[in-house]
Write a protein that binds this ligand. Structure first.
Ligand code: SAM
Length: 247
């Protein structure tokens, strides 16, 4: 943790406790655990949701994830500014995770290798959880992981909802040294291993997610709508993303 980052998060938390979801930045032990849960050999972008002060961003970079594979979303303006200052050259989007497919569509990114999330899932309404997970699993490559930590005693999303949506959740680590102690979960969509007949709602969930991602990509891809950022550096980065990640 860097000087001032704990007070930065605390000041944001005092304004919006449920929306920030944590008083302290993730500790070094938890951040490393989150980064280790990502398989860097899978191709595609790595997306971090709720970058906050950047502890997990920093651990992902230290674990060898190249800057040009990492995309960070943060919806709180001051934390977004902080992340941009701390990680020059990294793609940090001032965006809400419930608009994930559109945000990545604007970059021309259609598939991702892993999603790493610090979002306060437990305090999010079910509809928002479904939007985030639905879009994330629509973008993840087959068997791709959604990594989430939680301070709660159980899964980061209620087991009943996860079952409804056809998502399996497993603990992959516990950080007792973190304040407060946290557990790291790997969420995986079972769409490929269960039939629609067995779990009609899970099948419908995945189908809906895939359609949402596809229609957003068709409507908002910068190539398709001929968008050109006046800033040439951003423009070149968009082209790079399209070449690397779009199938
Ligand atoms: C627990 S804090 C981040 C902790 C972070 N790992 C750190 O060390 O600073 C959760 C973050 O998620 C962000 N957040 C919450 N809901 C969000 C959403 N729907 N979209 C994007 N960011 C969100 C908050 O603004 C906050 O920065």
């Amino acid at each position: 943790m860097r000087l001032g980052e704990d007070s930065l998060l605390l000041s944001r938390w005092l304004r919006d406790p449920l929306g920030i979801g944590g008083v302290m930045p993730s500790g070094a032990d938890l951040s490393r655990m989150m980064a280790r849960a990502v398989d860097p050999s899978r191709s595609g972008a790595i997306v971090e949701l709720g970058g906050g002060t950047g502890s997990i961003t920093s651990a992902l970079l230290a674990a060898g994830i190249p800057k040009d594979r990492l995309i960070v979303l943060e919806r709180e303006a001051e934390l977004h500014r902080h992340l941009c200052d701390r990680f020059a050259g990294l793609t940090v989007l001032a965006a809400d995770a419930t608009d994930l497919a559109q945000s990545l569509g604007d970059l021309g990114v259609a598939k991702v290798a892993a999603v790493v999330s610090s979002l306060p899932m437990l305090s999010m309404p079910g509809r928002e959880q479904q939007q985030v997970l639905g879009q994330a699993f629509g973008l993840l490559r087959r068997d791709g992981a959604f990594i989430q930590y939680t301070y709660g005693p159980g899964a980061p999303v209620s087991p009943a909802r996860l079952a409804d949506w056809g998502i399996e959740a497993r603990v992959v680590g516990r950080s007792w040294r973190n304040l407060p102690p946290a557990s790291v979960w790997r969420l995986r969509h079972l769409g490929s291993t269960v039939s629609d007949q067995d779990t009609p709602r899970a099948g419908a969930f995945l189908q809906q997610a895939a359609e949402a991602c596809e229609s957003v990509l068709q409507r908002f891809s910068p190539r398709r709508i001929g968008m050109r950022d006046p800033d040439r550096a951003t423009d070149r980065r968009l082209e790079g993303f399209e070449r690397t990640h779009r199938q």
